[in-house]
Design a protein around this ligand. Structure first.
Ligand code: MG
Length: 254
């Protein structure tokens, strides 16, 4: 496997409330944990929420993943880790009134050989770019605008400009109903999985992401995340931008 990751404050925001994780669990067996969190909340609370979500997820998966056997246990284990992150954020809110209302998106991929186990809440995204160049969005945006796109009343391009595009329908740490989507999917040698925050996807289309993956090919894969961040910044960098990517190698030890 090859990896690439970058997070950036962007050109406008005073701080970076995104956080990410790129943890290789077993390179030979093709096992790794990737995650992106996009925090929200005043008084720097967004940074606290995204960091807490990533730390909780990481700690859970690193200590437990080897004991999970089969698809169902890995998916439910990942889901449990996300619910634990939600609980940790709620507890931190209770300890400090300045942190009331903080929350975060969390999109996580546990790479396990030929399988990707995906856990997701909020409007960060996971994409799969096939070795032949096609790109597929693996996650639904949990946002008002995302629901309008899925219902057919907005196009993707209209959604990128929509004034309400930041209104989420689910996130860790919020008081409403928490929606955690879980799915398993196969990936093949040469496929690339990309996680990113909306600071990228509000400025760069899926087709453009796929094109950058193609150009990065194998030799320059480690620069992919930086190149995507630079593209979003060249278009204004209105928000924090985070990209984490992995490319499956030709062989995975059984
Ligand atoms: Mg954002």
């Amino acid at each position: 496997m090859k990896f690439s990751a970058q997070t950036d404050r962007g050109r406008v925001r005073p701080s970076n409330e995104d956080a990410y994780c790129l943890e290789v669990l077993d390179a030979g067996a093709g096992r790794a944990l990737l995650a992106v969190a996009d925090g929200m909340g005043g008084h720097a609370a967004g940074e606290v929420a995204s960091a807490l979500a990533i730390a909780t997820l990481r700690e859970r998966v690193l200590t437990q993943a080897l004991h999970w056997t089969g698809d169902d246990e890995r998916l439910l284990g990942l889901g449990d880790a996300m619910v634990a992150a939600h609980a940790a954020i709620l507890a931190a809110q209770g300890q400090d009134p300045r942190r009331a209302g903080m929350g975060t998106t969390l999109t996580a991929v546990l790479i396990w050989g030929e399988y990707l186990y995906i856990g997701h809440t909020g409007d960060s995204r996971a994409y799969l770019v096939g070795a032949e160049g096609g790109i597929r969005q693996l996650t639904d945006d949990h946002s008002v605008v995302g629901e309008l796109v899925r219902g057919g009343s907005l196009t993707e391009l209209e959604a990128m400009q929509h004034p309400q595009r930041h209104v989420l329908t689910s996130a860790l740490g919020t008081q409403g109903r928490l929606r955690v989507d879980l799915q398993a999917t196969l990936w093949h040698p040469g496929d690339v999985v990309i996680l990113c925050s909306d600071g990228l996807t509000n400025l760069v289309t899926a087709a453009e992401i796929a094109e950058r993956v193609r150009l990065a090919a194998v030799d320059h894969f480690d620069s992919l995340a930086r190149e995507l961040v630079e593209l979003a910044n060249a278009r204004g960098g209105h928000d924090n931008i985070t990209v984490v990517a992995a490319r499956r190698g030709e062989e995975v030890r059984a």
